[in-house]
Design a protein. Structure first.
Length: 155
């Protein structure tokens, strides 16, 4: 018989006052050379719903959103061999590119990450899809995972 772990009431780091301003998972991004084929596989195989698409970075990157229940996948299809996603695909092949977290105050979150010693890719927010502001945190600081912080457009 296996023992259940003991429950503790200790406060976890980052919770409570002064804690995280992460409000949810924005999306999981997948790098691919053919977003339409990947979207078709997700729709046909998992019952996903195809969403909006946009061109970013001056047309060098096509993003196509696919929705699976409460989860959003962002399919990244480079349109230029010079784009960072094209270089990612050349080096690593298709697959997980980044995890995007929704935050309520992107600038404050960047300051906090920098103060903690985390390596930032973006020192300041930049334009993302759907009118969002985004910034990337280096995977060397986050267990090998590229993390995007995403703040929704102010209403």
């Amino acid at each position: 018989m296996s023992e259940k772990p003991e429950k503790t009431s200790e406060k976890r780091e980052g919770s409570g006052a002064g804690g995280s301003n992460v409000t949810g998972l924005s999306h999981v991004a997948i790098a691919t050379r053919d977003a339409d084929a990947m979207a078709k596989t997700l729709v046909d195989g998992l019952g996903a719903r195809r969403g909006d698409e946009e061109l970013l970075d001056g047309g060098a990157l096509r993003v196509l959103f696919v929705h699976l229940g409460p989860v959003t996948l962002e399919l990244l299809e480079p349109r230029s061999p010079e784009h960072t996603v094209a270089k990612f695909l050349d080096a690593r092949g298709p697959g997980l590119h980044h995890v995007s977290l929704e935050v309520s105050d992107l600038s404050a979150h960047l300051e906090r990450a920098k103060a903690s010693g985390a390596k930032l890719i973006d020192e300041t927010p930049r334009a993302g899809a759907h009118g969002t502001q985004v910034a990337f945190l280096h995977p060397k600081s986050f267990g090998g995972v590229l993390v995007e912080l995403c703040e929704a457009k102010k209403r």
